[in-house]
Ligand binder design. Structure first.
Ligand SMILES: Nc1ncnc2c1ncn2[C@@H]1O[C@H](COP(=O)(O)OP(=O)(O)OP(=O)(O)O)[C@@H](O)[C@H]1O
Ligand SMILES: [Mg+2]
Length: 237
């Protein structure tokens, strides 16, 4: 097994509020890892620290063998860590195509960008049908697809997702999870934060459970799905 990202003793605070209190975890290259936990457990804070949007108070982050602790967001994106924003954060007054092009703005390899666009359209045929529509006219699920597509246009080595299924109808939730499996099959490493614990663990090799800023359980996705504590607290008994 090869470790792509290693987080050690990460602590993140908002002023005097300690949101993440010393978490350690590893992401295996080419695998999906789930980060689950109740509201306020520190999941989003952890992702924001990995993206460089929040500076860790303590701890270290190593990515592909390099210490990236405390780097700025653009430096982290350049290394291949790309986050699909919570609440989607697509640009509603731009077209679908313009949103996708923005995802590739750091890239110089035109042929590679064209390949990425073809792959995104292959994953989400609906986006290809709507390239010239304003993103604001897409449904919630379609906007989520666009947000994922835009992140893929950056050609990430690690994709971070914060609750991609939030607020979506069941069929669309299935579609999003199916797509994540397909993206992962291309070799992309994924860190998935989800309230939909059952679905997330089902597609994840490894899972970590956060409670009030601490990792309280770490195991394979399959073992966590069968763990009585997880069943009771996160899978509705
Ligand atoms: N901007 C902020 N300022 C102050 N405290 C914050 C801020 N953002 C989050 N917190 C606090 O940090 C803790 C962790 O929040 P975080 O958003 O990381 O949790 P989460 O696991 O993503 O929760 P959810 O499932 O509700 O998204 C919570 O106690 C939260 O109230
Ligand atoms: Mg959150």
């Amino acid at each position: 097994m090869s470790v792509l990202l290693e987080v050690q003793d990460l602590a993140v605070a908002y002023g005097h509020i300690d949101a993440v209190k010393g978490v350690s975890f590893q992401l295996e290259e080419g695998k999906i890892t789930a980060l689950v936990g109740a509201n306020g457990a520190g999941k989003s804070t952890t992702l924001l620290a990995l993206s460089g949007l929040l500076r860790p108070k303590v701890g270290s982050v190593r990515f592909a063998g390099e210490d990236i602790t405390g780097l700025a967001p653009h430096q982290i994106v350049r290394r291949g860590i790309v986050q699909v924003a919570e609440g989607r954060a697509i640009l509603t007054t731009l077209t679908v195509r313009e949103n996708l092009d923005l995802g590739a703005y750091t890239r110089q390899d035109r042929a590679g960008v064209a390949d990425s666009l073809a792959r995104v359209f292959n994953l989400f045929p609906l986006l290809e049908e709507r390239t010239s529509q304003y993103a604001g006219n897409l449904s919630g699920g379609e906007q989520q697809m666009l947000a994922i597509g835009r992140a893929l246009m950056a050609k990430p080595r690690l994709l971070l997702l914060d609750e991609p299924s939030m607020g979506l109808a069941p069929l669309m939730v299935q579609e999003i999870f199916r797509t994540l499996v397909e993206i992962n099959r291309d070799g992309l490493t994924v860190l998935l934060v989800e309230q939909n614990v059952r679905q997330a663990l089902k597609i994840s090799t490894q899972g970590y459970v956060l409670e009030t800023g601490l990792v309280v359980l770490a195991d394979t996705g399959a073992s966590l799905l069968a763990n009585p504590k997880i069943v009771e607290h996160y899978l509705g008994g």
